[in-house]
Design a protein around this ligand. Sequence first.
Ligand code: ZN
Ligand code: ZN
Length: 351
Amino acid sequence: MTHTSVAAYAAPAPKAPLERITIPRRELGAHDILIDIKFSGICHSDIHTVRAEWGDGGNFPIVPGHEIAGVVAATGSEVTRYQVGDRVGVGCFVDSCRSCENCRAGLEQYCTGELGTVNTYNDTDRHGEITYGGYASHLVVDENYALRIPDALPLDAAAPLLCAGITLYSPLAHWQAGPGRKVAVVGLGGLGHMGVKIAHAMGAEVTVLSQSLRKKDDGLRLGADHYYATSDPATFEALAGTFDLIVNTVSANLDLNAYLGLLRTDGTLVQLGAPENPLPIAPFALIGGRRSFAGSLIGGIAETQEMLDFCAEHGLTADIEVIGADRINEAYERVLASDVRYRFVIDASTI
Ligand SMILES: [Zn+2]
Ligand SMILES: [Zn+2]
C-alpha cells in the first residue's frame, strides 16, 4: 500500500507534550475520500489516550482527534456518496466489520465482528495499519464512515458534534427525551452543554445538576429550565422522584445511589462518562421504583447523520474556542482544569 505524508500533531510518548510530525495517509482506495481537514475538536478522551490513562497502552506516536470537520478534496474511483467540495465530518470510528448483527442494524459503534469498531486513532484498521486522528491536515476515510455536514452548520462549531453531540443525542433519542419528559443533565462541560441544547430542542423539560451554581447563567442560556447545585444536600431532597431520564456526563465517581433517588418510577440513569473505578449501586435504589441504570456509547453512522440534520434544523452547534495547533498542550491543561466553555477546536490550517 502506498502512502503520502501529511502534517499532524502527535504525542510521541505517554504524557509527553504534543508536537508537530508527519504521518502517512494511504493512497485513495476505490471507496475512499480524501478530506482536507478544516477543524478538529479536542475531546477529553484525547487527553486520556495520550496520557495512557485507560490502561490499554497505546500505539505511540498517537495523533488524537475524533471530532473532524473538513471538505472533500479527492474521491476514489467508485465513490458515490460524496463529491469534491462537499462538507464532511468524521467521528470516533472509521470502519467496522459491516456484517455483524450490530453493523447491519446501524449500531457500528457496538460492532461484535472480528475487525470490531475501528477507532479513528490509536487503533489498527483492516489493512493492519495504525489509525491516526484528526489533529492533521488531511484524512483518508471510507465514504461509508463519513458524515455530511449540512450547509447551515459552520464547520468549526460543528466539529464537536461528531463526538460530544452524538454522545448525548443517542441516549436522549433512545430514551425518548421530548415533550412532557423531565430530563436531567449531570455536569455542564463539553458533553453536558450539548446535552442541554439537544434535550431542550427535543422539547424536554431540562434540569442541569452541576457541582456548583458557577455556570448557572450559561446553563439557562443554553436551554435549561432549572439549575441545581449537587454540593447542596437540599437538592437531592427537593428533586427526589422527579426525572424520567438522567444522563451522567461526569467521569469522576459520583454517589450514583443519590442520583437514582431522583428518578421517577421506571426512570433511567444513563452513564456516559467512564470513571477509572467501579461504581457501587445499592440494589434497592433500582428495585424501589423499577429504575434502570444504563450506559451508552456515541452513535452509529445513520444516527450520527440524523443528529447533524437535527442540529441543522434547530440551529444547534457547540460553544467553542478556536485555537492554533501551537496551543494544544495549553488547551489540554485548561480542559483538565474545566477552564473551557465548552469545547476547544483546533484550526487545522495551523498544523
Ligand atoms: Zn470524544
Ligand atoms: Zn460489525
